[in-house]
Structures are given as structure tokens and as C-alpha cells.
Write a protein that binds this ligand. Structure first.
Ligand code: MG
Length: 162
């Protein structure tokens, strides 16, 4: 295989969990008595993915592109923000090879929704579902994550420019 230039990217995000908000991961709503607090819709996984992809391309971070101080991004659909960010990355000549993610939360369980989440992210990024993976982990009861007061997401991606 004749690879072009390869770049790895890393993203991380954390959101508090509060009652009365949807629990969103990659645009998929999981049943939960609480959800992510945030200026946008709070989709922690989509934010981590957006930062990973922007970082790999060396373009910006999500807070620079979509500042929480701007009313336009209030309750914004994070998948739309990801699509906008990925558009910039593609414009710079990059294509996504793969994406791997870890979501840490005590509940709900991610596994029953994993493949829907993979499909949702893959659709926005225009890659096969096999190129996107998501793992759910608990924090073994430790700290704010372990007390189900917060959810964290990590994402790593590989971009190629021919
Ligand atoms: Mg965020």
C-alpha cells in the first residue's frame, strides 16, 4: 500500500450529568434519568471526535470554531458541528482512515447502543461503520465519573492526505 501523509489526532471531552437533559452519544439518545449539561446539546462523544479530527489536520479546536460564548451554538446539534468541522478537514485534503473511541460512564450501558452510535458517526464522516469503533467503560465507581455525575469521551483518529 502506498500511503500518503498520515496524521493521528486525539480528542477528549467531559460533561456533567444532570436531570432533564438527553444523554447523547454520537447523535444517539440512550435511555437515562440524566443527560449531559452543556451549551450545545452536550454530546460528549461527538465533541471528542470533532477535536480528534480537527487536531489531526492541525486546524483548530472545537472551542475556537464554535465558541460557547456565541448564541448560535446554544443547544446546537453536535453532529452538525462535526459535519462542519469535517468539511474543513476534507477541504484541506484529508480523508479519514479510522476512528476509535472510549466513553467512560457508570450508566447507562453503552454496548446495546454501540452499533447505532458507530453507524451515526460513520454516516456523518462518510466512512464504513467498520472504520468507527466505540467502547463503553465504567470508572469502577471512582470519582465523579464513578458517581455518575459526569461522562467522559476519548477519541483517536487517523487521517491520510494523498
Ligand atoms: Mg463538550
Amino acid at each position: 500500500m502506498n500511503a500518503g501523509m498520515l496524521r493521528v489526532g486525539l480528542g477528549r471531552d467531559v460533561h456533567p450529568l444532570v436531570p432533564g437533559r438527553p444523554f447523547l452519544l454520537g447523535g444517539v439518545e440512550l435511555p437515562s434519568d440524566r443527560g449531559e449539561w452543556g451549551h450545545s446539546d452536550g454530546d460528549v462523544l461527538t465533541h471528542a471526535v470533532t477535536d480528534a479530527i480537527l487536531g489531526a489536520a492541525g486546524l483548530a479546536d472545537i472551542g475556537e470554531l464554535f465558541p460557547p460564548s456565541q448564541a448560535a451554538w446554544k443547544d446546537a446539534d453536535s453532529l452538525k458541528l462535526l459535519a462542519l468541522a469535517f468539511g474543513l478537514v476534507q477541504k484541506a485534503g484529508w480523508r479519514l482512515i479510522n476512528l476509535d473511541c472510549v466513553v467512560t460512564c457508570e450508566r447507562p450501558k453503552v454496548l446495546p447502543y454501540r452499533d447505532r452510535i458507530r453507524a451515526s458517526l460513520a454516516r456523518v464522516l462518510g466512512v464504513p461503520e467498520q472504520a468507527v469503533f466505540v467502547k463503553g467503560k465504567t470508572n469502577e465507581g471512582l470519582g465523579a465519573l464513578g458517581a455518575a455525575q459526569a461522562v467522559e469521551a476519548l477519541a483517536v483518529c487517523l487521517l491520510e492526505r494523498p
